[in-house]
Unconditional design. Sequence first.
Length: 201
Amino acid sequence: MLLVLASASPARLTLLQNAGISPCVMVSNVDEPALTVALGAMTPSDLCLSLAQAKARDVAGRVGDDVIVVGCDSILEMDGVAYGKPASAAEAKDRWRAMSGRHGTLRTGHWLIRPATGDELGAVASTEVFHASPTEAEIDAYIATGEPLRVAGGFTLDGLGAPFVERIDGDPSNVIGLSLPLLRLLLQELGIPWYELWPKP
């Protein structure tokens, strides 16, 4: 069984590879900003799940039957507001000033499709993230690396942003971009044991 990852995220790919799975990567053609506007008012949880579903369905229409397509979308929720990737360095700086010394919830929508059977399902994983209080110089230096502009919430747990995360409450892989425990359970619901995706000896 081949897993098709409907995401350009190198962090999600690395997570799967480190867990013994070598997925095929096929990036969706979904215009996330446009779709977010089109979806209108939704809870952050519903929003990330809807975006994950759209990505998975887009890719599922372009692959064969004997695969499992996985679409994901991550957002950071603070005070009921969903934050994706900052659109600019100025926005990233405002985001870090708002996050400093506070906590938010990193939510990742997961949507799985098995084209051979037409089965599809999804769920959202949530992890509490407690941010440090970096200095202005640290914030500026971090933003200058470009990393926060490439990731949901404007921070990473597995990269240069890691020193600015004091602790988390929940699944760390979810903060990186894909919840491995949740993915295992969703695959189980589709009748696919996790170990079936490991390479055969």
